[in-house]
Design a protein around this ligand. Structure first.
Ligand SMILES: CC(C)(COP(=O)(O)OP(=O)(O)OC[C@H]1O[C@@H](n2cnc3c(N)ncnc32)[C@H](O)[C@@H]1OP(=O)(O)O)[C@@H](O)C(=O)NCCC(=O)NCCS
Length: 171
């Protein structure tokens, strides 16, 4: 990671989850109540952003899990070069949030870049054709579109094909 003053790591017992607040209640509640259990059950990978000198303070987090999408709604530009299986293997970035007090410092972009890299690397082990995000609202859609995600029609879902990621990572 290009910021030695920051670290992104798997959620663990020493991370203080109760104090996290990003301004969206469902995302705060998830970290507080559900995230630990999801990690234990391998339902989601949960990764948190911390400063090494305050290792317990969660500045932001994201979650990843395996999923599958129907071919139908995927826009043609994102579907190019995919085999015509009825379901497309994918990795779901289900949640991404930054502590309200620290928004606007580039942490959201850092977390997203880490999620993209991690999803791309893990696709060598468990195949995945694209990264999928379910944006929480229209503002979040705009955030993801800035980074090249393509929106599915009539939904808050966006995709970024692994083929595109490969070009970004190793042009
Ligand atoms: C959306 C969120 C993750 C962005 O995190 P952040 O740390 O504030 O964003 P960053 O500082 O990394 O911003 C990166 C870039 O995206 C832009 N950006 C941030 N929020 C944006 C939004 N809602 N729409 C469009 N662009 C946005 C910034 O202006 C910045 O652009 P720049 O690089 O040209 O300066 C954060 O605001 C948040 O946690 N919101 C509440 C929860 C949420 O909406 N989660 C996302 C969907 S699940």
């Amino acid at each position: 990671m290009p910021r030695p003053d920051l670290r992104i790591e798997a959620l663990a017992a020493h991370h203080k989850r109760a104090g996290f607040s990003c301004g969206i209640d469902s995302l705060d509640r998830y970290l507080r109540v559900q995230a630990g259990q999801d990690v234990r059950r391998k339902t989601n990978g949960v990764f948190v952003l911390v400063e090494p000198d305050k290792p317990g303070v969660v500045l932001g987090y994201y979650t990843l899990c395996a999923t599958a999408l129907a071919q139908g709604p995927i826009p043609a530009e994102a579907r190019k070069h995919l085999p015509r299986y009825p379901l497309v293997s994918a990795t779901l970035l289900g949640r991404l949030a930054v502590s309200q007090a620290r928004q606007g410092e580039g942490f959201g972009a850092l977390l997203l870049a880490d999620a993209v890299r991690r999803a791309f690397a893990s696709a060598d082990t468990v195949g995945s054709s694209m990264l999928v995000v379910d944006a929480i609202d229209e503002r979040a859609v705009a955030f993801y579109e800035r980074f090249g995600f393509v929106r599915l029609p009539d939904s808050l879902r966006l995709v970024l094909p692994m083929r595109t990621i490969r070009k970004l990572i190793a042009p």
